[in-house]
Design a binder for this molecule. Structure first.
Ligand code: FE2
Length: 426
């Protein structure tokens, strides 16, 4: 529905014009920002704050791993100590499938809740947003897919991220999945931004290095794509550049020593800054391709972004040399004596080096040569209709980018040119 509307409008006005108009609106759209509680113990302080708001009963949305690891305890102890009733719904799995959202809504209604706390990664926070909006509007979440489909805003939502990557604690969107059709569904509404977000690094110390790396590179991709895209504002640029510097300084530390609370806190804050940047300035070609890989092969979102980021940046570089040089300065890469071209090249090299340092593979093991054309077509469509990219990908560009991350054994054999017996007349 959304696609056909966009394609109709695109035919009438032309995509570049349509995107410029969307940029004008997006730059001016009032987007609320949550109150941030930051630091060790922030989830306890959130529990205390919620108790003061006098909610009837709170639905805690999370996943089974969070429950098993006991990460809910500081929050639930604070709620219990202040006599706030709550119900735990810990049925959310990656990509927040629709049937789980439906069960969450049923649980919210059955327990007569009037607020939600999301404690988990991006899927948990997005699920909580969808449950909160559907419950407030008494509508099925499928009918809320698209932009501003709810008459009412969601019930109050509080967020406690347990990974430093997605930025969902400050964004206007909820991405859920429809397992029946194998599609992702996006609900977008500025009222979906949580009221309070608690960034508690003590909840992140148990994250394994591979997840720390992938989620951290997702945050870096948000910051870079928001900065080099065409919808940035002075505020989103500030947020994006701060995030890049913090990620370069702290992601390797958090990866090496998961218990480094200072690095964990800086990463949590950086992911939130990057979220504030991209929720207005949007993302770009890396995300357009990564979403297809997630849908087709269920590749973790952050990992797909991390693998694609250096390749897509090299493709984009000629159009954003000056911006890449600024990113380099904030990342602490290169020297002020370098000219913009040299410094931008150093930044591209540094993204690759960061991936290597975090042991992120250079190729995508799941990618199949036979799928590339369809994946590229879907990625180009997503980028063309949604993202203010600095350099547009053609189908051939995108196929080449995808081929560049094919695992070596799956790469097509380059045919050896045979010598012709007799030259063809020209
Ligand atoms: Fe992302």
């Amino acid at each position: 529905m959304k696609s056909s509307l966009i394609s109709d409008m695109a035919r009438s006005f032309g995509l570049p014009k349509l995107k410029r108009a969307a940029g004008v609106v997006t730059r001016r759209l009032p987007i609320p920002q949550p109150l941030l509680l930051v630091g060790p113990g922030a989830s306890t302080r959130l529990g205390e704050a919620i108790a003061d708001f006098g909610h009837r009963r709170v639905l805690l949305v999370t996943d089974p791993v969070v429950t098993k690891l006991g990460l809910l305890t500081p929050l639930t102890d604070a709620l219990k100590a202040r006599g706030t009733a709550f119900v735990v719904f810990d049925d959310i799995s990656p990509d927040a499938p629709l049937p789980q959202i439906e069960r969450g809504i049923a649980c919210f209604n059955a327990a007569d809740c009037d607020a939600i706390v999301a404690l988990g990664g991006g899927s948990v926070m997005d699920a909580a947003k969808a449950i909160g909006l559907a419950a407030a509007n008494h509508k099925h979440p499928r009918t809320l897919v698209g932009y501003f489909k709810g008459l009412h805003g969601p019930v109050p939502i509080y967020a406690v991220p347990t990974t430093a990557g997605t930025g969902s604690e400050v964004t206007v969107a909820a991405v859920i999945s429809d397992p029946e059709n194998g599609t992702k569904l996006v609900i977008a509404d500025t009222r979906l931004v949580p009221t309070i977000a608690a960034l508690d690094p003590t909840l992140m110390t148990g994250l394994p290095p591979a997840i720390t790396a992938a989620t951290g590179m997702d945050a870096l991709t948000h910051a870079i794509e928001a900065y080099i895209g065409q919808w940035g504002t002075a505020h989103t640029d500030r947020m994006a550049l701060a995030a890049v510097g913090m990620i370069y300084r702290n992601l390797p530390l958090a990866w090496r020593d998961g218990n480094d609370l200072r690095a964990r806190e800086q990463m949590a804050l950086a992911a939130t800054y990057a979220g504030l940047a991209f929720t207005r300035a949007n993302v770009g070609n890396v995300h357009a391709i990564a979403h297809q890989l997630g849908g087709k092969y269920h590749v973790p979102h952050g990992l797909a972004n991390a693998i694609l980021l250096p390749r897509v940046l090299r493709f984009t570089a000629p159009t954003v040399t000056a911006k890449l040089a600024v990113l380099a300065r904030h990342a602490g890469v290169g020297s002020d004596r370098d000219n913009a071209t040299t410094r931008s090249r150093r930044f591209l090299d540094s993204v690759e080096a960061l991936n290597d340092a975090l042991q992120i593979p250079r190729h995508l093991a799941a990618l199949q040569q036979a799928d590339i054309a369809a994946l590229a077509a879907a990625a180009c469509w997503e980028a063309d209709t949604n993202y203010p990219v600095p350099r547009r990908m053609t189908q051939a560009d995108c196929e080449a980018l995808l081929r560049s991350v094919l695992p070596p054994e799956a790469s097509p054999v380059v045919p050896v040119k045979r010598k012709r017996r007799s030259p063809t007349p020209t």
